[in-house]
Design a protein around this ligand. Structure first.
Ligand code: ADP
Ligand code: MG
Length: 493
């Protein structure tokens, strides 16, 4: 890989050490399990959570004479992902054997792609809020088999092997060393997961291991030569990725400032201590003796195949983001929050269509998402449906209820359910727009508070106090606009 620095050093990200400033350089290799019914080279099911060794064919168990047959759906998924990463799709790619011994790898080698991967260079755009946008380069994406799983904790002196995962298709997505902070690295992982979920090519479920990251970290003087990197293996959460990077960069800076050098090595992150520790050094690294797999032909397809997949691609997060701004007038920040999950943005659009987009964004993000995250729930389980929230908005825009009453109504729908319009009727929550009724209350308040009336003529800011009194008497149901107008005219301000 050619290491070209595409970034201008950003002082905000510099880490100050005893001898001056340092800068982090981060590149990631993300393993993403392909969403497919069956494995990469066999017809076995990929279903998660089955009893050990129940998804294992003769091919997966590497019985003598068994031959791999490529699963076309996995190829489609890899191409779709490449298109989603705005990457170059290679119409000809090769499968290689990566040789190593491990009990959970019955073939004695992993079928992977080495020199000629299915997908080449691409790009992922990150929205860093106040820090602006950056583009992170993708070096390549290749297809490979997953290994099985060794189980060491079920018997005092025996280990077991579960081959259910053996042969499941993985996409390895390799970034360029373009990331410059733990915040960027976290944003990159989240964005990648969002893209994969939109595409439906990987469920992005990091806790179940369907997406995991090997994180390469080095440090250097700002804008200087790239330093020696360490690779932190198999990080399975966005938060851990951030912690591992912070710890690792600090560790390397301390060594360098003490006059030492960094050994290129593979390390592991321990979530309990928040530290990384050495797993193997460069000398212990495997020599995989890659060579083209003689059982598999080169993988070839034509432009029509790519065009067909491109045509069926869903709208992707970046495009959706820009459309939300144009169509509903939401802010770029709100658009980023909304597009992070497809279910969230679908909900938003169901509410916002034909209504006030800004109001919808505000409510969906602050009231709904706020409430959902407090309860540890996701949009799918929301007790308030998009249709219900939509009719609450309609009641506001028709002047039936005020924004304040809308919040009470939201609370009732959340806990009890029901049709918002009916609830407003039944519980007498309707806004009082009848000016006669409001005037009567205003007259009473003016008559009963001569001191305040005197003051408000000099300090019009006190009008709020009068509005508050009216609202108190009407239990918040008076139309605020009408109240303001009537008060102003009666008080002569
Ligand atoms: P390997 O073949 O050993 O896995 P690669 O050149 O493919 O190495 O790079 C693996 C990952 O390491 C890539 O994501 C790349 O961006 C990253 N990387 C390479 N050099 C550095 C560096 N000096 N600091 C941080 N990351 C790096
Ligand atoms: Mg690698």
């Amino acid at each position: 890989m050619s290491l070209v620095d595409t970034r201008t050093p950003t002082p905000k990200y510099f880490i100050s050490g005893a001898t001056g400033d340092w800068e982090m350089v981060i590149g990631m290799e993300v393993h993403a399990q392909v969403t497919s019914e069956s494995k990469l080279f066999s017809g076995s099911s990929t279903e998660f959570g089955r009893p050990p060794n129940s998804n294992v064919s003769f091919v997966d168990a590497a019985m003598p004479g068994m031959l791999p047959v490529i699963n076309e759906e996995c190829v489609r998924q890899a191409v779709r992902t490449g298109l989603g990463l705005k990457a170059k799709i290679n119409k000809r790619s090769l499968f290689d054997r990566k040789n190593y011994f491990y009990p959970d790898l019955p073939q004695g080698y992993q079928i992977s792609q080495f020199k000629d991967p299915i997908v080449g260079e691409g790009v992922v755009k990150l929205d860093l809020g106040e820090d602006g946008e950056v583009e992170i380069g993708i070096e390549r994406l290749h297809l490979e088999q997953d290994a099985g799983k060794s189980i060491h904790d079920q018997h005092p002196n025996m280990s077991f092997v579960d081959l259910n995962r053996s042969g499941v298709a993985l996409m390895e997505i390799v970034s360029k060393p373009d990331l410059r902070s733990s915040a960027e690295a976290r944003a990159y992982l989240s964005k990648l997961r969002t893209i994969l979920r939109y595409l439906g090519t990987c469920d992005g479920n990091m806790e179940q291991g369907s997406m995991r990251a090997d994180i390469n970290v080095s440090v250097r003087r700002p804008g200087g030569e790239f330093g020696t990197r360490c690779e932190i293996k198999n990080v399975n959460s966005v938060r851990f990725a951030g912690q591992a990077i912070e710890y690792e960069a600090r560790r390397q800076i301390d060594i360098l400032e003490d006059g030492g050098t960094i050994d290129q090595e593979t390390r592991l992150f321990d979530p309990k201590t928040g530290e990384t520790r050495s797993m193997r050094s460069k000398e212990e690294a495997h020599d995989y003796r890659y060579f083209p797999d003689p059982d598999l032909l080169p993988l070839e397809f034509d432009d029509a195949f790519i065009a067909m997949l491109a045509q069926d691609l869903p709208e992707l997060p970046d495009e959706k983001h820009d459309r939300l701004i144009a169509e509903y007038g939401v802010t770029p920040y709100d658009a980023s929050v909304l597009v992070a999950e497809r279910t969230s943005v679908d909900y938003f659009e169901d509410v916002a269509r034909g209504r006030d987009g800004k109001l919808a964004a505000n409510w969906v993000i602050n009231e709904l998402f706020g409430r959902l995250s407090k309860e540890g729930m996701s949009v799918e389980d929301s007790p308030v449906s998009a249709a219900q929230l939509g009719s609450i908005f309609d009641l506001i825009s028709q002047g039936e209820i005020s924004g304040k009453i809308a919040k009470d109504l939201f609370e009732i729908v959340w806990t009890e359910g029901g049709d918002p319009a009916k609830l407003v009727e039944e519980r007498g929550m309707k806004q009082v727009s009848d000016t006669g009724a409001i005037e009567k209350i205003v007259d009473e308040i003016i008559a009963g508070n001569p001191d305040q009336v005197e003051k408000v003529r000099e300090k019009p800011g006190l009008l709020g106090w009068f509005v508050g009194q009216v609202m108190k008497q009407t239990q918040g149901k008076a139309n605020p606009q009408a109240v303001n107008e009537i008060l102003k005219s009666k008080l002569g301000i």
